[in-house]
Design a protein around this ligand. Structure first.
Ligand SMILES: [Zn+2]
Length: 264
């Protein structure tokens, strides 16, 4: 199929649409009638950009665009895709990830395997819900420090790039999380690296999300009322206790009792 027929407009109740393995170079404007579409597969076609009609699909959560000829991600289209949880752009020709990527604030899975990325924008740090990021086979030389803000990130694939190092805190947090799983490769091989093991044993834990961190944290205080919490009698009943939080992500959460300590 080279073109999606305009009669697609009648499929107003469709939730999942598979259009992969065709020769599509564009999509008809009529596609915007599919207001309930949550998943769209456009993999292995001949698209050169993310079709702008997708801006109107407000229910879209999963978008597959692998195996096309996409080289540019237009920020004005990304802006309207803020409800996406999965975006697969594997096997395209994307060299630049625009700062507008931060619009995809609900994204949990981002796949950019086999593209031409030389660097990532610092705005990647805004994608705070990210769980899995696949950057295999690109041209990345370094990663921005801001990637360490992605505290929910569990899987990060970086094979076949040009990286010499990882931001230290990011590497430490990933290893610490993996090391907690008894059957993970990291946990099983850790005994062979006693120095690393010793270094990681000095990690702290976030008072709020309980996740581990190594060298970067926020120092806070919590005020404890001794009379109320510990039934201690006396004149000085409220004392400050030092606690550490893993990130501003945790610090900015509402409803916790921790106060930041201003640094001079
Ligand atoms: Zn935390």
């Amino acid at each position: 199929m080279h073109k999606v027929p305009k009669s697609v407009a009648r499929l107003t109740d469709v939730r999942i649409l598979q259009l992969s393995n065709n020769f599509l170079t564009s999509l008809p404007i009529e596609l915007q009638s599919l207001k309930h579409l949550t998943e769209l597969n456009l993999g292995n076609n001949s698209l050169k950009e993310v079709p702008s009609v997708l801006r109107n699909l407000n229910s879209l959560r999963k978008l597959y665009l692998f195996g096309n000829h996409i080289s540019i991600l237009a920020p004005e289209v990304l802006e309207e895709l803020s409800d996406l949880v999965l975006l697969n752009l594997n096997h395209n020709q994307i060299a630049v990830l625009p700062a507008g990527i931060k619009s995809l604030r609900n994204l949990q899975t981002l796949s950019l395997q086999d593209n031409q990325l030389v660097e990532l924008p610092v705005e990647i740090g805004f994608l705070s819900k990210m769980i899995e990021m696949n950057l295999t086979k690109n041209l990345l030389v370094h990663l921005p420090r801001e990637i360490s803000r992605l505290t929910r990130l569990v899987r990060l694939y970086l094979a076949r790039n040009r990286l010499n190092s990882l931001p230290e805190e990011l590497a430490a947090r990933l290893i610490l999380v993996e090391n907690r799983r008894r059957f993970s490769v990291v946990h099983r091989t850790m005994t062979h690296y006693p120095k690393l093991s010793l270094m990681l044993s000095q990690c702290g834990h976030c008072a709020l999300c309980l996740q581990p961190f190594l060298t970067t944290w926020l120092e806070c205080v919590v005020f404890i009322n001794l009379r109320k919490e510990m039934k201690v009698r006396g004149s000085q009943t409220t004392v400050p206790i030092r606690v550490l939080l893993c990130s501003y992500l945790c610090f900015n959460k509402k409803g916790h009792p921790y106060f930041g300590i201003a640094s001079v």
